[in-house]
Design a protein around this ligand. Structure first.
Ligand SMILES: O=C(O)C(=O)C[C@H](O)[C@H](O)CO
Ligand SMILES: [Mg+2]
Length: 416
């Protein structure tokens, strides 16, 4: 942001929204960003990226939301949130909630800039110095994954998610091309992958056995099942992984049926994390209130912005469920910046996922957060500390890309 945009703290009267527009850019992968401008010269931005379905949110914003924003007081974040949620009549869902999140994030950015404060100060101030993050180590086989965990350890990570290719399974989830920048949305039409539960259940404990034998128990290890097991299979895996003391087992089974997690809980004390595809508190209310999970992974961009994420975190706090926000590369640096301010404040913080963006993406979204010794630190710039270079963004036009699908050996469509 420009120095002349920083408010004196006296700009908390009415501040009118003058213009709002959607910017779609593809510096290696697609990102959708909403930029809101005000009559005070202050602007705010919000991430609106929904991987593989980007243009649906872009249209929702441009065609249906932006006309409703012009002339409104940007300080009335809660009222605008309620207007967009209740006013649409059609509540919830990823497209709606991602669009609302973009508006909400941009408005918090504006309010914090107007106040001359970093966003975490407006949320209630600092609860911690740094935000513990986990990185992604993956490899084509166990040996490669073990080596990659070493690479992340050497970079200073204290918590590492480990995924490995599975013998006989083409395109197992989470296995990239061996570099730091894994991106699964890789085809104009979805890439078809294969899934075998029995091969996976046989393989996964061997990976963690080797990791603990190599690196001991000081490092935190995480694992993402990516929605592929039935509840009883997930219970079995959780039990098999208990000796390796995972920080969490993520998305062990699809969570439309929240009750399914009770069965998993009955069989294992491996901590459970879920929620990256949830959009509202209603998607996780039973999971939280019945203490069926340990970490809730809802994030700023897909769960209605800072305003709604705070409601989810407050409910979770009542039940000792901690946050562990999604932070894959399809969430733009704008989401990451906002998430880090949220994480710096939220009392029941657990961990933050952090997949590094490519240098091209970082150049389009200049930001002030930084990584050091396993922690990310939100900056002190007023606002959420992330901006967009529109000239550079315009050099990377949208490219249609979809996420893969998975099938069983007999051709049955499974969960990717
Ligand atoms: O980062 C994770 O935990 C994921 O599961 C990443 C998702 O596959 C990704 O965000 C889909 O777009
Ligand atoms: Mg995941």
């Amino acid at each position: 942001m420009n120095a002349d945009e920083v408010g004196s703290g006296k700009d908390l009267g009415v501040i009118r929204i003058r213009d709002a527009r959607v910017i779609v850019t593809c510096p290696g992968r697609n990102f959708v960003t909403l930029k809101i401008e005000t009559d005070q010269g202050i602007h705010g931005i919000g991430d609106a990226t929904l991987n593989g379905r980007e243009l649906a949110v872009a249209s929702y914003l441009s065609d249906h939301v932006v006309p409703n924003l012009i002339g409104r007081d940007a300080h009335r974040i809660e009222d605008i949130w309620q207007f967009l949620y209740r006013g649409a009549y059609w509540r919830r869902g990823p497209v709606t909630m991602t669009a609302i999140a973009a508006v909400d994030t941009a408005l918090w950015d504006i309010k914090a800039k107007a106040a001359g404060l970093p966003l975490y100060q407006l949320l209630g101030g600092r609860s911690r110095e740094g935000v513990l993050v986990y990185g992604h180590a993956n490899g084509a086989d166990i040996e490669q994954t073990v080596d990659q965990v070493g690479v992340y350890k050497d970079m200073g990570y204290r918590a590492i998610r480990a995924q490995s290719g599975i013998p006989g399974v083409k395109g197992a989830y989470g296995v990239g091309k061996g570099d730091l920048y894994y991106e699964p949305a890789d085809g104009t039409l979805p890439t078809e992958t294969l899934w075998s539960t029995s091969a996976y259940l046989d393989h996964a404990p061997k990976l963690f056995d080797k990791l603990r034998a190599t690196y001991g128990f000081e490092i935190e290890l995480l694992h993402d099942v990516h929605h592929r097991l039935t509840p009883i299979e997930a219970g079995r895996l959780g039990k098999a992984l208990e000796p390796y003391r995972l920080f969490w087992m993520e998305d062990a089974t699809p969570a439309e049926n929240q009750e399914a997690f009770r069965l998993i809980r009955q069989h294992t004390v491996t901590p459970l994390a879920v929620g990256e595809i949830f959009n509202t508190v209603w998607d996780c209310r039973e999971l939280i209130q019945n203490q069926l999970i340990d970490y809730i992974r809802t994030t700023v961009v897909h769960a209605g912005g800072i305003t709604h994420l705070r409601r989810i975190a407050d409910l979770a706090a009542l039940y000792q469920v901690r946050t562990g926000s999604h932070g894959a590369t399809d969430l733009s640096p704008v989401c990451m910046g906002a998430a880090l301010h949220f994480d710096t404040w939220v009392p029941n913080f657990g961990i933050q996922e952090y997949m590094r963006h490519t240098p091209e993406t970082d150049a389009v979204f200049p930001h002030d957060y930084r990584f050091e010794s396993g922690y990310l630190y939100a900056g002190e710039t007023p606002g959420h500390g992330v901006d967009i270079d529109e000239t550079l963004a315009a050099k990377y036009p949208y490219e249609p890309k979809q996420l893969p699908i998975a099938r069983l050996g007999d051709g049955t469509l499974w969960n990717w």
